[in-house]
Ligand binder design. Structure first.
Ligand SMILES: Nc1ncnc2c1ncn2[C@@H]1O[C@H](COP(=O)(O)OP(=O)(O)OP(=O)(O)O)[C@@H](O)[C@H]1O
Ligand SMILES: [Mg+2]
Length: 627
């Protein structure tokens, strides 16, 4: 007697449900996606007890006639694809014909639906996958699906559900995703008879973000520049440099309108932000990638949460570029804040006059203190604040910058073995730096520079600011002149695990271009005999292991530029002015001007903010002058 049997339809649906319906939020996802595919303009969701006792989704989409409504509950019944060819270019959110029968097999299910213009609609009741009732119904055009007692017939599954609160929050997140993905559609969510949100349907993406996350977040976002290549369009909003979260909950990514999770894109985001994001932090993004449906395979994940790109490198590169360009163009917003005179009609700081009305202020800005020699500031004066000053240092004895940094900055010609590094960055502007308008008030706690601009109060972290200035200065030199190297006194050999060895083999030329004299010395063994001269590394082997880790986590294609930036970022910290290094007026002013001329002025190379603006309006609010 054979042991193999065909499963009944109901059991087969329950098996499928195991993949499609993980929790109440997956029910919401599938039903809302069906409504979107049906062309709904408005989608209302009602849940009770975390969606376990009830999920109801009501739409004003195209509805179904009775035959279709019955068919929609059969497995593999779909209106969205017809042949295998269609599967290669899916333009709808659904395509498998599995969601409704799966959900209906693990719940008490009711659908009422009516096409616009039809005399009557249809109501179907299903219990654990078995159709109980089919009758006429008189609802408004559109479809309403009600799912009660989820997993009532699968107690094992029910046990895996979390608390009602957690399940509710998952549902809320799911609707946020759909609502952000489709700002033109109205959404509402009612939880246990309380309306959580009601979003109007004609919103732009910006309006939608504001409605869901508040105007403060929206103000800290930058709009993406749009088209990157004819094949890929990237749009949406991303957090300014310096804005980040400890998890990915606000890293929303949509591919052709579908919310997805993608390690490829999260890697590209991290790479795009690079020095604008702190380690261990996540960027805030509302990123929309649109490309030909034929260039994406959506049939790779049971809950359709992941996709596969036919040209993953192209997508990655496009995202990286778009983020980099957008972050850099956001610089102009900052510069804008320093364009208008601080206090129109009065003398401004650019003319170098101290404000006469504040005695405290005069200690820092009084003209007589401005030109004094500042012996302890030699590193700053010599390196960071002005490499030019270093080159023509009229008083070389003042310059105490570490020799290696000086060499790096001075080296007038490209070393023979270090050709120029191809730049990922857009060409640096040739125009003269703008005349920034600000007035320095003083230095707080020997670290924070307090300034005034036309907008209000600006706080600058002098250490972070100097790191950014140094970083960009060194990077520019590296781009133009290559990397000066310094021989190690004793060449070092070191071993790495086979996978790292493989990675190193592939990236040897990149490393060599970056001034690291490295070569293979045996299976899994390498030898280093020189390093970039601006680095001050006591243990080259350990340094190499760190570089490998950092670069591997950045993605597969280590670029010379990326590696160079990484190395510079780690080295500048030690050379930048520290907290407690007292700066006087000319240094501070120069530092601020250099900072404002940077590509990414608003964060240090480790992603920490350099400046915080507190507007006059905010101050007025805090002091109760304005409500
Ligand atoms: N809200 C709705 N309004 C109109 N038609 C609907 C609605 N929900 C489902 N349908 C119809 O029922 C069919 C089956 O829906 P179901 O969700 O089971 O499969 P699908 O959306 O085609 O694919 P997937 O399993 O990937 O979601 C759909 O193809 C669609 O024609
Ligand atoms: Mg569907």
């Amino acid at each position: 007697m054979g042991r193999i049997r065909l499963l009944s339809e109901t059991v087969a649906s329950q098996v499928a449900a195991g993949e499609v319906v993980e929790r109440p939020a997956s029910v919401v996802k599938e039903l809302v996606e069906n409504s979107l595919d049906a062309g709904a303009r408005n989608i209302d969701v009602v849940i009770r007890r975390g969606g376990i006792s009830l999920v109801r989704v009501i739409d004003d989409g195209c509805g179904m006639d009775r035959d279709d409504a019955l068919l929609s509950l059969e497995r593999h019944a779909t209106s969205k694809i017809r042949s295998a060819v269609d599967l290669q270019a899916v333009a709808t959110l659904g395509f498998r014909g599995e969601a409704l029968p799966s959900i209906a097999s693990v719940s008490r299910f009711r659908v009422t639906t009516r096409e616009a213009g039809a005399i009557a609609g249809t109501e179907i009741l299903v219990n654990g996958g078995k159709i109980d009732v089919v009758r006429d119904a008189g609802e408004a055009p559109g479809t309403q699906v009600e799912v009660r007692s989820l997993f009532y017939n699968l107690p094992a599954r029910r046990k895996f559900l979390r608390s009602e609160n957690t399940e509710s929050r998952n549902i809320e997140h799911q609707i946020h995703l759909q609502a952000i993905g489709h700002p033109e559609i109205g959404f509402s969510l009612m939880r246990d008879d309380r309306i959580l949100f009601q979003l109007p349907g004609t919103a732009t993406l910006g309006d939608r973000i504001r409605d869901l996350y508040g105007v403060e977040l929206l103000q800290r976002l930058v709009e993406l520049d749009g088209a990157v290549s004819p094949k890929i369009r990237i749009s949406g909003f991303i957090g300014q440099a310096g804005l980040s979260r400890q998890n990915r909950s606000q890293q929303l990514v949509f591919v052709n309108g579908r919310a997805i999770e993608s390690t490829l894109i999260t890697g590209a985001l991290r790479e795009g932000y690079h020095t604008a994001l702190m380690k261990g932090q996540y960027a805030v993004t509302f990123l929309f990638v649109e490309l030909d449906p034929g260039a994406v395979d959506v049939n790779v994940h049971p809950a359709k949460r992941e996709v596969r790109f036919r040209d993953p490198n192209g997508v990655r590169e496009a995202v990286v570029r778009c983020i980099q360009q957008t972050l850099q163009s956001a610089r102009s917003d900052w510069q804008e804040k320093f364009r208008a005179p601080v206090r129109p009609g009065q003398s401004d700081a650019v003319s170098g006059k101290a404000a006469p009305d504040l005695t405290l202020r005069s200690e820092v800005t009084a003209p007589e203190t401005r030109d004094r020699e500042l012996p302890h500031l030699s590193v700053v004066a010599g390196v960071g604040l002005s490499a030019v000053a270093l080159a023509k240092a009229d008083n070389p004895s003042r310059v105490q910058a570490p020799q290696i940094i000086k060499q790096a900055l001075r080296s007038p010609e490209r070393p023979v073995d270090a050709p120029a590094v191809p730049s990922l960055q857009p060409q640096r502007r040739d125009t003269k730096p703008a005349q920034h308008q600000f007035e320095i008030i003083g230095v707080l706690s020997k670290l924070y520079v307090l300034m005034e601009n036309a907008n209000g109060l600006v706080l600058v972290d002098q250490h972070a600011a100097h790191e950014r200035v140094l970083f960009e200065e060194l990077r520019r030199r590296m781009e133009q002149q290559g990397v000066p190297t310094q021989k190690l006194l004793l060449p070092q050999t070191f071993d790495v695990p086979p996978r790292d060895a493989d990675w190193l083999e592939h990236n040897l030329s990149v490393l060599q271009r970056m001034g690291i004299g490295i070569e293979t010395f045996g299976p899994n063994t390498f030898k280093i005999d020189s390093l970039p001269s601006f680095l001050d590394v006591s243990d080259p082997a350990q340094f190499m292991r760190k570089v490998i880790d950092d670069l591997k986590s950045a993605g597969h294609s280590a670029s010379a530029m990326r590696l160079g930036e990484e190395m510079i970022a780690t080295s500048v910290c030690r050379h930048a002015v520290k907290a407690n290094d007292p700066l006087r007026y000319p240094e501070v002013e120069k530092l601020i001007r250099d900072l404002l001329d940077c590509d990414l002025p608003y964060c240090c190379p480790h992603g920490r903010p350099t400046m915080i603006q507190i507007s006059l309006a905010e101050l007025e609010k805090k002091f109760g002058r304005k409500v």
